[in-house]
Design a protein around this ligand. Structure first.
Ligand code: FAD
Length: 433
């Protein structure tokens, strides 16, 4: 009897886990259960629409999905269509690869005003994620404040200031392209509590901002130190040195060079979102660094803006039966083991850190543990899941169904674009009927 394994979530960690399972667990059957009809998680719904080469990893994932021992059950949501207890009853092992799809809350006064959209929602909206299709952010604003100093903040800022021509070879959906390219945005401020050396920007993404067609990146020379000092790993030092050089270049640019500005504001701690029901500005407090931490100096300034996008981290969505640790916000685990027969990988295990490839070792670890733990198998797995879903009248999307949706998106692509995404689940399912 094959060892039956359900992997919940078809993002990078789900696919790396499935690939490792096929290699290391002899005679296993792997079923991938995914809430959306579309696979690939944040590779489709997070990675920026103008970074298509990063999305090429989904070709390798598709090969895994096509493996004879792997089946895809798209459009089946854990906690809604099927419970964890049910899956654990019918599979020998269950792997949670659910990611961390929700925004961490901006916990300052006014953080809930209209016009504050966390990056998970905002990125989901401009990437055509069905859950955020109706977000409708009001972009009739001149200044946007993006809070956070990681790569997600850079993605959001860049997508907001690139021209329609620069986005022509992206898969930015029509609704987002219309809103962004019709917006009167003049400036995007990227706000960080600490300094340029503490920012987590990858240098490739940071440097890319130097070559934008209609926007000039700016940094304040007085925020830039003379050099990189202090104890840190060699890797961190190299990144900080490269970024410092890039910021020096930005500090030398002329704000009048282009129509739009992308301004880095360091040592600035958001205190309050200002306005009535809607965002009208952001109150910032100047900080200084003490032992690496940002400490308020008492000096404040108000920055007028109409949209605030906090890019300050992601958290898991609660699902019945999934033990999420209140402190860490991830599934309680010991190196991927949760309970006998239950495992976790990816952002659900480690939190929202690292790049796509970082999830590979999670998959390898979990597969090695399942190979050790699973024994001879014995639970029915796939046939029981199919019977359960049929009994509930739940229609699932198989991988060949997704390939038809994929083909329809590619066929509908505007010239130069890779695809025109469906953003509604019903529209995807209609293709299949
Ligand atoms: C905005 C953004 C941009 C990024 N850009 C890059 C980049 O350019 N390069 C790079 O290397 N990395 C990038 N990353 C990081 C990379 O996307 C992550 O490392 C990776 O996607 C995490 O994989 P995961 O499988 O753990 O989670 P996810 O990719 O989030 O996948 C989780 C999957 O689980 C599904 N799911 C969730 N809940 C349920 C449920 N209840 N039932 C069934 N299925 C469920 C989701 O629909 C999703 O498909 C970016 C991340 C973000 C947020």
């Amino acid at each position: 009897m094959p060892v039956s394994i359900a992997v919940i979530g078809a993002g990078p960690s789900g696919f790396y886990t499935a690939a490792a399972l096929i290699k290391s667990v002899r005679d296993c059957q792997v079923d991938m259960v995914e809430a959306l009809p579309t696979p690939f998680g944040l590779v489709r719904g997070g990675v920026a629409p103008d970074h298509q080469s990063t999305k090429a990893v989904s070709k390798a994932f598709a090969k895994t999905a096509a493996h004879e021992r792997v089946a895809y059950f798209g459009c089946v949501r854990l906690g809604q269509d099927v419970s964890l207890a049910e899956l654990r009853g019918i599979y020998d092992a269950v792997v949670l690869a659910l990611g961390a799809p929700l925004d961490r809350e901006l916990a300052i006064p006014g953080g809930g005003k209209l016009g504050v959209h966390g990056a998970a929602a905002f990125v989901g909206w401009y990437n055509g994620h069905p859950d955020f299709a109706d977000l409708n952010p009001d972009l009739n604003v001149e200044r946007v404040c993006v809070i956070g100093n990681g790569n997600v903040a850079l993605d959001v800022a860049r997508v907001l200031v690139k021209t329609a021509a620069e986005m022509a070879s992206s898969d930015l959906p029509d609704h987002a392209a219309g809103a962004i390219h019709g917006a009167p945005i003049q400036e995007v401020a990227i706000i960080g509590r600490r300094g340029p050396l503490q920012a987590k920007f990858a240098n490739k993404e940071l440097s890319e901002l130097g070559g934008l067609a209609d926007c000039v990146p700016l940094a304040d020379a007085k925020d830039l130190p003379d050099g990189v000092t202090g104890p840190m790993s060699e890797r961190t030092r190299r990144l900080a040195e490269k970024n410092l050089k890039t910021f020096r270049g930005f500090a030398a640019r002329n704000p009048a060079e282009r129509r739009k500005r992308l301004r880095f504001r360091f040592y600035a701690m958001p205190l309050e979102v200002l306005g009535g029901d809607r965002v009208e500005g952001l109150r910032l407090e100047r900080t200084c660094l003490r032992e690496g931490r940002a400490i308020g100096t008492g000096e404040t300034m108000d920055l007028a803006c109409g949209l605030v996008v906090p890019a300050i981290g992601y958290r898991m969505a609660p699902v019945e039966g999934v033990p999420i640790d209140a402190e860490t916000g991830v599934v309680r685990n010991r190196n991927g083991r949760v309970e006998p027969g239950l495992y976790v990988a990816g952002w659900a295990k480690r939190g929202p850190l690292g790049v796509i490839g970082t999830n590979k070792s999670d998959g390898d670890d979990v597969a090695a543990q399942i190979a050790q733990d699973a024994g001879q198998g014995g639970k029915p797995g796939r046939s029981a899941l199919e019977a359960l879903l049929r009994g509930r009248g739940i229609r699932w999307v198989a991988f060949r169904d997704w390939q038809r949706i994929d083909a329809a998106e590619i066929a509908a692509a505007p010239p130069a674009a890779p695809r025109r995404k469906f953003v509604r689940i019903n529209d995807m399912l209609e293709i299949l009927d």
